[in-house]
Design a protein around this ligand. Sequence first.
Ligand SMILES: [Zn+2]
Length: 175
Amino acid sequence: MELSSISCGNCGAPLRVPAEARFVTCNHCQSHLAVKHSDSVTWTEKLGELDERTERLEDELSDLRYETALQRLDRDWERERETYMITSKNGHRHVPTVGGAIVAGVVAGGMGLFFMIMMAGSRGGGGAMGLFGLVFIAVGIGIAIHSYQKAKDYLAAESRYRRRRSQLRSQRRST
Ligand SMILES: [Zn+2]
């Protein structure tokens, strides 16, 4: 058996190993060594370092996976968020809020009430007009309930998104 003279990559002790050996254990420091060959040189690397390098690579990979997953989550959320968006009269898109729903309801209801009061003050035909005001109030309440529901759904969706995002972050930390 042909033996190569090498030194331990950890403690430097001279070792004689079979030329074709790929892994050896140093008799001096018990390090597990990988035997590397080039055309002219044979040397050893402590396996711990190799493991560390592999772990670093895995870290970088999981960084990349994390970034990708995060980007996908954010993109999905942008798309989902879009479905909740309300276009206001001046063309601005915004997310529904509970406050906005209440305001919408109060405005519509107030207009109906105002209409009814106006009609009640006028003579003749006031009854039918008053009914119209009542319908206006009912519609206002309907709008308010609908917007309120939408705002609540949006808030639930948003907290789902935030939870997923922090889950992703904690998974990242644990790897
Ligand atoms: Zn050694």
